[in-house]
Ligand binder design. Structure first.
Ligand SMILES: C[S@@+](CC[C@H](N)C(=O)[O-])C[C@H]1O[C@@H](n2cnc3c(N)ncnc32)[C@H](O)[C@@H]1O
Length: 302
């Protein structure tokens, strides 16, 4: 199903609130702070699935474009807790899966999730920009889903992917447009503004490093063909609580709580949550639901 959620109001909102700058997380932050347990991933995966209005799930879209025959050797960079691999695995009944992630806690969750299944699985703790432990021409498919903005050296990562991928293979990199989930950022920035919060908190997202908007150029340096596929979805919340968990735990308050900072006290976050929650509650009362519009997609590289 193709759903176009684009409206003039959303376009205007995008111009107003998309931050010009983005920031870069350190590998240590990803490993030791965000993904030292599966909480953040669990909340996001639950919400993206439970509150979607697109009948095809995010994983359904990914699988459609991987064109699997069942015998491929697949490498998943930043595989997380194996949420995607679990659904993908039956499509590789006679193939193999290698999951690589920088964070041991989520990698262990992936290992447990796929334990005992028929597809041989290998789990590697490491960073996606160092694939030196993997041989040339080893994989038919390589995936990097919603993780590339964390990788310190993108050129080194793509050079490695090119090397480990067999001729005719596909590298699928899935990411968001920078204006994805605008409504959440709008509520967040409105709350920060009302609080007179420090300006550096308005950078908001690391995703501008490589998004659906700018990624094709970067990937084009490493791959002969880069084809972009997109899809849309709208999460609709009729109660504030699941949205607030998505915002607070799943997105670290739109990244405001990503790094320790003495200005960011418990009372700061209490007020921020209260202000965001008030806007979401008002939207639900006015319209019946609070919408979060997603613009996402994949680069298919060969
Ligand atoms: C938002 S999660 C996405 C997980 C999974 N791909 C999915 O879509 O459900 C990002 C993942 O990238 C991992 N990660 C972060 N930096 C990494 C790096 N430099 N190399 C490999 N994995 C990394 C994190 O530990 C985390 O599991």
């Amino acid at each position: 199903m193709t759903t176009d959620f684009r409206t003039p109001a959303l376009d205007a909102l995008a111009k107003e609130i998309i931050p010009e700058e983005h920031f870069t997380f350190s590998a240590a932050t990803a490993r030791d702070r965000f993904f030292n347990d599966t909480r953040m991933l669990d909340v996001k995966q639950w919400v993206h699935n439970a509150f979607r209005t697109n009948p095809t799930s995010m994983i359904g879209h990914m699988i459609d474009h991987l064109a699997l025959t069942g015998t491929e050797d697949l490498l998943d960079l930043g595989c997380g807790n194996g949420f995607i691999l679990e659904d993908l695995r039956p499509h590789l009944a006679d193939g193999s899966i290698t999951g690589l992630d920088i964070a041991p806690a989520v990698l262990q969750a992936a290992r447990q999730r796929l334990h005992g299944t028929a597809t041989p699985c290998t789990w590697i703790e490491g960073s996606a920009d160092d694939l030196s432990m993997l041989g040339d021409d080893t994989f038919d498919r390589v995936m990097a889903n919603y993780m590339i903005h964390y990788v310190p050296d993108l050129d080194r990562c793509f050079t490695g992917v090119r090397r480990v991928m067999r001729p005719g293979g596909i590298f699928q990199l899935t990411t968001d447009r920078t204006d994805s989930m605008l409504e959440m950022y709008d509520a967040h920035f409105a709350a920060l503004n009302a609080m007179g919060a420090p300006r550096d908190l308005f950078k908001a997202s690391p995703k501008g490093r490589l998004s659906l908007t700018n990624g094709a150029d970067l990937l084009g340096k490493h791959f002969e063909r880069v084809h972009t596929v997109t899809w849309q979805d709208q999460l609709r919340f009729t109660s504030t609580e699941p949205f607030m968990r998505f915002y607070e735990v799943g997105h670290n308050h739109c990244c405001a709580s990503s790094e320790e900072d003495e200005r960011l006290t418990a009372s700061f976050f209490a007020e921020l949550r209260e202000r965001v929650q008030a806007q979401v509650t008002a939207a639900i009362e006015a319209r019946g639901y609070f919408a979060v519009t997603k613009y996402t997609g994949s680069f298919l590289c060969q």
